[in-house]
Design a protein around this ligand. Sequence first.
Ligand code: ASP
Length: 319
Amino acid sequence: MKILIIYTGGTIGMKQNARTGMPETFDFAQIEEEAPELKKFGFVLDTISFQPIDSSEATPAFWVRLVTTVADNYDNYNGFVILHGTDTMAYSASALSFMLQNLAKPVIFTGSQLPIGMLRTDGKENLISAIETAASQTDDGRATVPEVCIYFQNKLLRGNRTTKSSAEHFNAFNSFNYPPLAEAGIYLKFNRQAIMPYPENDRLTVHTRLDTSTAILKIFPGMSQALLESVSKIQGIRSLIIETFGSGNAPTFPWFIDSIRKIADSGTVVLNITQCLRGEVDPDKYTTGRLLKKAGVVSGKDITAEAALTKLFYLQGKY
Ligand code: ASP
């Protein structure tokens, strides 16, 4: 069994400097020194280290580098584990899920809230279970989880369904609208019905063209006409995501609906997603939502903001 660990930075790859007490990045190629438990797997664990970044610095170019690294090594490994800062992990996992088509091998993102070199770290369990998931195979020798996921605190979640929901708890990620793909207790229990089926065509296709001409506008009580009009004048945007209230509602003031209609009529895709963490946009539930639908707004249903944004980047790159 061969697993490739791609280290990109974030808290997991740090250890406390004994003298200053400050967390510092360490050379991840020597990960087995920090986590000798990994030897017990008996797997070949190879590591590729990027110049470590805080994941707040992640860009589409960084995602392209990640998918290219996976693609270049695809035939030589059974699975991939990507160590990544937690802050933008849900964006990166969403982006990769669209960029890697016909994926037949696991690509598991993980990280930690405390550096792996710290006594109470959550990094070791996350890394060990992410590797175990990446190596898991069904009876016919195929990958159990042929998709892009996030493993964090005992849960394996679909990458493009996941959101970072806590800045301090070990249980930092949630997939509010889709069940976990696996839960780790004494056993790693896979929820096979929820996992993507093995692709009919298992030849990996990689998409590396992303077009970022997208804006996100969070609707709030008190939003001014001038603000919405200035958004409508942004040059070159091809899509506007509006984060609305509840099941997809927004004010019905004529200036609001008119401005949104003008944006949609100009050819910009206006996508409605909800500010709520759970549930979905249902444009027919209230007049407020229905008016948006009539103005040409598309329902994003129960998509996360991270998935909506990266899916538009991918679609705009493709079409
Ligand atoms: N700021 C860090 C990052 O996202 C936090 C983390 O790794 O958890 O890179």
